[in-house]
Design a binder for this molecule. Structure first.
Ligand SMILES: Nc1ncnc2c1ncn2[C@@H]1O[C@H](COP(=O)(O)OP(=O)(O)OP(=O)(O)O)[C@@H](O)[C@H]1O
Length: 271
């Protein structure tokens, strides 16, 4: 459920099934430019929250704060770690990186930014389990094959280089590489942008299946309301660094209250 900053609430560590991530009254600036103002949200396991809004509204910046890549100038983020909810500000760089490689997953818009293009598909998929200490080659290879099947890539492509894959397949490979560690928290940054419509539809279908099977808490950044409707239970609409409307996806999209959301839904964006 999204909360306004006035509804402060203290995160309770280790309680399950509480939220997997809570952000409270986040403010952030790049130099003198205020980019985020008073942003609060929470996401529960098994739930997808879509963050939508026009270009420059602060969606990617917010995702980076929630992932620990940026620090807020005010406010806090608590995210699921090895010992329940943990304040990101208290984590060492080493712990943060370890959580990013295991308990959390980040799927970015351009899979080439995340994949290692010089190693095989299987090498890409098993990188996270190897970083977590798994060494048994036959088991790792079996897992890689299993995950290729899960993302609907022919397992015969196990030893192929990513450069020989299509755009849609590359994105599937990035998803397999990310989900193999069964992250509790998944960050999706425009995961289907740049793909043609039919590839996008198949990928969205796959993501929907995986997300519901794996019971992850998902933060989805998208400018595409159709993507948000398909994947998300709840939507937060951002404008100029603030959440101006939030609620159940159907409610926000079918009965938008804020004039800006009404414009967004009718695709008539203000200049
Ligand atoms: N590294 C940076 N340095 C300075 N300003 C930045 C930086 N990154 C983003 N900004 C500014 O922060 C604001 C929010 O950008 P952000 O990328 O978060 O928006 P967005 O909603 O994700 O946009 P898009 O949908 O185009 O990716 C913009 O005004 C942008 O110019």
């Amino acid at each position: 459920m999204l909360t306004s900053s006035s509804q402060t609430h203290t995160p309770t560590p280790t309680t399950a099934p509480g939220p997997a991530i809570i952000a409270q009254s986040l403010h952030f600036r790049f130099g003198s430019q205020m980019v985020l103002r008073d942003v609060s949200l929470e996401v529960f396991p098994g739930e997808v929250l879509a963050i939508v809004g026009e270009s420059g509204s602060g969606k990617s910046t917010l995702l980076n704060l929630l992932y620990g890549n940026l620090q807020p100038c005010q406010g806090s983020v608590h995210a699921i770690g090895n010992a329940g909810l943990q304040p990101l500000a208290s984590l060492s760089q080493q712990t943060l990186r370890q959580l990013q490689r295991s308990r959390w997953g980040y799927v970015c818009q351009n899979p080439r930014d995340a994949l290692r293009m010089a190693i095989s598909a299987s090498g890409n998929i098993i990188e996270r389990p190897m970083a977590m200490g798994l060494r048994h080659y036959a088991t790792l290879r079996q897992e890689a094959r299993h995950w290729l099947e899960k993302v609907e890539i022919d397992p015969a492509r196990l030893d192929d280089l990513p450069g020989t894959f299509s755009g849609g397949m590359l994105q599937r490979l990035q998803i397999a590489r990310t989900l193999i560690s069964q992250p509790a928290l998944l960050y999706l940054d425009e995961p289907t942008s740049g793909l043609d419509v039919s590839v996008q539809a198949a990928l969205l279908d796959l993501l929907r299946k995986l997300v519901s099977n794996e019971q992850m808490a998902v933060l989805l950044v998208t400018h595409d309301l159709a993507v948000a409707r398909l994947l998300a239970q709840r939507i937060a609409v951002m404008r100029r660094g603030e959440i101006i409307e939030a609620g159940l996806a159907d409610q926000v999209l079918d009965d938008p209250r804020h004039p800006y959301t009404q414009l967004l839904v009718s695709s008539v964006l203000p200049a």
